[in-house]
Design a protein around this ligand. Structure first.
Ligand code: BGP
Length: 479
């Protein structure tokens, strides 16, 4: 490895999620997922969740960019960029349309067989998330999502079905996407899109219930890891968290303590999944608040037995917190603590851009966990303009990715971080999870589709496509 090169075998690729690109929401026997009952957002208006599918209202993820029928063309484009891996998810509802079905849906299983074969045709290694915000909607309606212990079994059955079917086609797995991202959508029908937990409006016990659902989710994840390793001991099964480092606004001790508190409140999922036990501060918080979740001795054994092989994480931004907003001991809502970081520029969606924060995170996670890391999402959501001749110039995207990769390279080459790979988010334009819109684009490949769901679906290469192709070709030595 020369000074500027990434390790041999480094997994360069791109990341997507089934519900944000596949479309075909009711094709091939697929059932309704939580993503299929979401509305589009508009500028400044957040997405909502409807009670069941409402024709005309839930269109964004229904067709998405129709990867379901375009996957061969799209994988060929990824291969042209030189991808070594491709991260996507298996839509749970293609395999178990209702979540509690007795038998899996063969047509859904076959779709992923074909997709993985297509990847291998080009030497592209699939990297698979089992659940990426796409739980069967029936499990929400009928069981209340992960607030119900029964849902653990449904998830494990889904995981085991996939592990067995694809045991010779997929080596790299993640159980839940951003398992720490347990936020609720703020409207009349409140649901956590990660756990499927139904919350009450302004209800005081929301947080207690969130901890319960989260506990069942980490148990489900651990059981899946344990079963997966039995099915194929060579599997590498990781957690996947959103890592957003927390900075104190100043060196004032209260700010520093608050930053630690905010980090503890959010970033404990991977502690449980790597260490196999809850960190002391979470046990203390649950106790102090009187949440009393159902955590059995058997659960604790399962958590120990199902620890992960690596930590996959998304990185988009850092956050800064100030004790002027809330004292460390009064922290009830993490968002209240936030303050502006005057040292950072922001994206069009107001996400602070912080490449150095990525090097900091890589070091911090390495020190904390002593397992390999995998950057499975990173990128810039931006509005792109198609020129008259069809070209798309996106220097802002190249700048963002280059500056982040420079820091990643330092972490790997200078700091000794063990990093498996890098899969920037939305390598092909897709439906934004946050806004439900197409206009927040991340891709190297442009897709002709607008926020109202209109367009030819034609794919074209942006300038960043050629830039990333060169990065992969030189194994990161020419950024
Ligand atoms: C992550 C999700 C992705 C993705 C990304 C970008 O939290 O794992 O699904 O969408 O964020 O977010 P957005 O689409 O809101 O820009």
């Amino acid at each position: 490895m020369t000074k500027n090169e990434f390790p041999k075998g480094f997994l360069w690729g791109g990341a997507v999620a089934a519900h944000q690109l596949e479309g075909g929401w009711n094709k091939g026997g697929k059932g309704v997922s939580v993503a299929d009952v979401m509305t589009a957002g508009a500028n400044g208006v957040p997405r909502e969740i409807t009670k069941g599918v409402i024709p005309g209202k839930n269109y964004p993820n229904h067709e998405a960019i129709d990867f379901y029928d375009h996957y061969k063309e799209d994988i060929a484009l990824f291969a042209e960029m030189g991808f070594k891996c491709f991260r996507t998810s298996i839509a749970w509802t293609r395999i178990f349309p209702n979540g509690d079905d007795a038998e899996p849906n063969e047509e859904g299983l076959k779709f992923y067989d074909d997709l993985f074969d297509e990847c291998h045709k080009y030497g592209i290694e699939p990297v698979i998330t089992l659940s990426h915000f796409e739980m069967p909607y029936h499990l929400v309606e009928e069981y209340g999502g992960f607030e119900n212990r029964k849902v653990i079994d449904f998830f494990v059955k889904f995981a085991v079905t996939c592990f067995k079917r694809y045991k010779n086609k997929v080596k790299y797995w993640m159980t839940f996407n951003e398992i720490d991202n347990q936020s609720a959508f703020n409207n009349d029908f409140l649901m956590c899109t990660n756990s499927g937990l139904l919350l009450g409006k302004d209800s005081k016990d929301n947080e207690a219930r969130m901890y319960q659902a989260a506990h069942y989710e980490v148990v489900a994840s651990a059981l899946a890891v344990k079963e997966g390793h039995k099915i194929n001991p060579d599997f590498k099964i990781g957690t996947m968290i959103n890592y957003t480092p927390v900075y104190p606004a100043t060196p004032a001790p209260e700010d520093v303590l608050l930053a630690q508190r905010v980090d503890q409140r959010r970033n404990w999922f991977s502690d449980v999944q790597v260490w196999g036990e809850y960190p002391k501060n979470v046990e203390a918080y649950i106790e102090r608040e009187g949440f009393r979740p159902d955590i059995t001795e058997e659960d604790r054994i399962v958590l120990k037995e199902g620890t992960v092989d690596y930590v996959g994480f998304s990185y988009y931004q850092s956050m800064a917190v100030s004790a002027k907003n809330v004292a460390p001991d009064d922290l009830d809502d993490v968002f209240k603590a936030l303050t502006d970081n005057p040292f950072l520029k922001k994206s069009d969606w107001d996400w602070p851009i912080d490449p150095v924060g990525l090097r900091y995170s890589l070091n911090l996670l390495t020190d904390r966990y002593h397992v390999p890391l995998f950057i499975v999402e990173n990128g810039l959501g931006a509005v792109d303009k198609v020129e008259k001749d069809g070209s798309i110039h996106d220097p802002y995207r190249i700048d963002y990715l280059r500056s982040h990769l420079e820091e990643v390279r330092k972490a790997v080459v200078l700091d000794g971080v063990d990093l498996m790979g890098y899969t920037p988010w939305g390598c092909i334009d897709l439906v934004s999870a946050g806004t439900g819109q197409m206009s927040k684009r991340y891709g190297f490949i442009y897709v002709d589709k607008d926020d109202e769901g209109k367009g030819t679906m034609e794919r074209s290469r942006k300038d960043s496509f050629y830039w990333y192709q060169k990065v992969i070709k030189t194994n990161g030595s020419d950024l």
